[in-house]
Design a protein around this ligand. Structure first.
Ligand code: CMP
Length: 466
C-alpha cells in the first residue's frame, strides 16, 4: 500500500507530530512508574503497549512519506526522502517502536519478566525527536518565543525530576522513611521521592532524606551534579529569556537611555528633554518604536509592496481621494508615501516657503493659519491632506499648517505627485478642484495656473473607479 506524500508543514503532519510527542510524554511518565512500583499487571498496560506500538509504527510509515526541505526547497522524491529518513531518525524510531517485551516473552524469555520490563524504557528514545516537534512551536505566531522557551525549560526540568524521583524509589532511597513500606503507599512514596529530588536538584538539600547504600551514594552524587548543572542552566537562561520576552521594548529602552545620557551630558534644557521623551513615548505607542521605512529597506520589491500596502492600508481607507481608486493607482501612491511624526505645535508647512511635498493626515489635527497665526482658515484632521497648492502651482506656501497634537502624517514628494497627476487625470481634477476652493477661501489670485499638465491620459486608468 502506498501512502500519499505528506507535506512536512501541513496541518496533518503538525497534529500528528504533536500526538506522537504527547504519547511519548505519557510513556515517559508511566513506564518508570510501572517499573519502580512493579505494577506489571495494570489492566491498562496492554492497551498502552498496543497504542504506542501501533502509533509509532504508523509514524515510521508517515516519516517515509513526508517531504522535507533543504534551504526552503521541498524535496518530494520518494527515494531521497527514504534515504534522508534512514540516515536520520529511522534507527531511533525503530528501537522505540519495537515491542521488545511481548516479543522476548514470546521467544521464551518470559521467565525474566522483571528484567524485560526495563526494555519498555526504550519508548523514551522517541523523546530525542521531541526537539524537532517543539521547534515547530517557534513558528506559531501567537506564542511569544521567549515565553515558550521558559515554559519548555520548566517542562523539561519537571520531566527530569520525575525520572530522578523514579530512580530514587527504584534504588530504595525512601527506605529511611519508616511508614512508606505498605504496598499501597505509592502515591506517598512518589511524593517523598519527588520532594527529595527537588530539594537536591535545587541544591537546597535539607538532609532529612540521606543515602544509605553505596548505590544510593553514587546516585545522590550524580543527582547533585545534575542539580548544579540545572541550577546553572536556570540562572543563565532566565535572565536572558526575560530580557528577550520583549526584545523590541528592551532595545527601545536602551536607545532611550542612550539619548537621555547624551541630552544630560550636553546640557539640553529640561523642557526639550521632556519633549524628546514624550516624542519617543508616542513613537513607541504608535509604532512600537520602529522606523518603518528603514525596516523595509532590506526587503525585495515584491515583498516591500505587499508590506507597504498593509502598513499604509489605514491611510488608503481614510483619504476620500483614494477611495475606490484602482489597485495600480494605490500602489503608485502607497509605495511612495513616507511616514513622519510631528509633535504638538510644529509648523509642518510655513507660509511663503517653497514647497517640495504634500501631506496626508493619518492621525492628529492641524490648523491652517495665516503668516502670524492670527487667522485660522481651517482645521484639518485624519483623512485630509494639505501642501498640494505649492506643488500644483509651483508657488510659495499659501498658509502655515501647524500641528495641534501629535500628528502621524504621510509625505508625498513633488516628483511622485507630478507623475501621479500626469498619469491619473481624474485624481488631478479632484485635487485641483479642492485646491481652487482653498485658494478662493484664502483670496489668492485665481488667474494663477496649475503648473502640471494633466491632459495626458496616461494608461487610461482612472484612479477613482468604483
Ligand atoms: P500649500 O499652499 O502648499 O501650503 C499650505 C497649505 O494649506 C495649502 O497648500 C493647502 O493645502 C492648505 N490650505 C490652504 N488653505 C486652506 C483652507 N482654506 N482649507 C484647508 N486647507 C487649506
Amino acid at each position: 500500500m502506498k501512502l500519499p506524500l505528506f507535506n512536512a508543514d501541513s496541518k496533518f503532519i503538525v497534529i500528528w507530530e504533536v500526538y506522537i510527542f504527547l504519547i511519548t510524554i505519557m510513556a515517559t511518565i508511566l513506564t518508570p512508574l510501572i517499573i519502580v512500583f512493579k505494577i506489571q499487571d495494570m489492566p491498562l498496560q496492554p492497551f498502552l503497549e498496543a497504542l504506542l506500538t501501533v502509533s509509532f509504527l504508523l509514524d515510521i510509515g508517515i516519516q517515509f512519506n513526508t517531504t522535507y526541505a533543504v534551504r526552503q526547497v521541498l524535496i518530494t522524491d520518494r527515494k531521497a526522502i527514504a534515504r534522508h529518513y534512514l540516515k536520520g531518525w529511522f534507527v531511533i524510531d525503530l528501537l522505540a517502536t519495537f515491542p521488545v517485551v511481548p516479543v522476548l516473552a514470546f521467544l521464551g524469555f518470559g521467565k525474566n519478566r522483571g528484567i524485560l520490563q526495563y526494555f519498555r524504557l526504550m519508548r523514551m528514545l522517541k523523546l530525542l525527536r521531541a526537539r524537532k516537534t517543539l521547534n515547530r512551536t517557534r513558528k506559531l505566531r501567537f506564542i511569544n518565543p521567549a515565553i515558550m522557551k521558559l515554559s519548555l525549560l520548566v517542562f523539561w526540568i519537571f520531566i527530569a525530576a520525575h525520572l530522578v524521583s523514579c530512580g530514587w524509589i527504584f534504588i530504595g532511597g525512601n527506605s529511611i522513611i519508616p511508614d512508606l513500606s505498605s504496598p499501597n503507599s505509592h502515591q506517598k512514596q512518589y511524593m517523598v521521592a519527588f520532594y527529595w529530588t527537588i530539594t537536591t536538584l535545587t541544591t537546597i538539600g535539607y538532609g532529612d532524606i540521606t543515602p544509605r547504600s553505596e548505590m544510593q551514594l553514587v546516585y545522590v552524587t550524580f543527582v547533585m551534579l545534575l542539580g548544579a548543572a540545572i541550577y546553572g542552566i536556570i540562572i543563565g537562561n532566565i535572565a536572558n529569556i526575560i530580557a528577550s520576552i520583549d526584545i523590541a521594548k528592551s532595545k527601545f529602552r536602551e536607545k532611550m537611555e542612550n539619548i537621555s545620557t547624551f541630552l544630560k551630558y550636553r546640557n539640553i534644557p529640561g523642557k526639550i528633554q521632556t519633549q524628546i521623551r514624550e516624542y519617543y513615548d508616542y513613537l513607541w505607542e504608535s509604532r512600537r518604536g520602529y522606523e518603518e521605512s528603514r525596516l523595509l529597506s532590506d526587503l525585495p520589491k515584491s515583498l516591500k509592496t505587499q508590506v507597504a500596502f498593509i502598513l499604509n492600508r489605514d491611510i488608503i481607507e481614510k483619504v476620500p481621494l483614494f477611495k475606490g481608486a484602482s489597485r495600480k493607482f494605490i500602489r503608485d501612491v502607497v509605495l511612495n508615501l513616507k511616514p513622519v511624526i510631528y509633535t504638538p505645535g510644529d509648523a509642518v508647512v510655513v507660509y511663503g516657503e517653497i514647497g517640495h511635498e504634500m501631506y496626508f493626515i493619518n492621525r492628529g489635527e492641524l490648523d491652517v493659519t495665516n503668516q502670524d497665526g492670527s487667522i485660522t482658515y481651517a482645521t484639518l484632521s485624519s483623512g485630509q491632506y494639505f501642501g498640494e497648492i505649492a506643488l500644483l502651482f509651483s508657488a510659495p506656501r499659501t498658509a502655515t499648517v501647524r500641528s495641534q497634537n501629535y500628528c502621524d502624517l504621510y509625505v508625498l514628494d513633488k516628483n511622485t505627485f507630478d507623475k501621479i497627476l500626469r498619469r491619473y487625470p481624474r485624481f488631478a481634477n479632484n485635487v485641483e478642484a479642492i485646491a481652487a476652493t482653498r485658494r478662493r477661501e484664502l483670496g489668492v489670485n485665481e488667474n494663477m495656473n496649475a503648473s502640471v499638465e494633466t491632459a495626458e491620459e496616461g494608461n487610461g486608468e482612472s484612479p477613482l473607479q468604483h
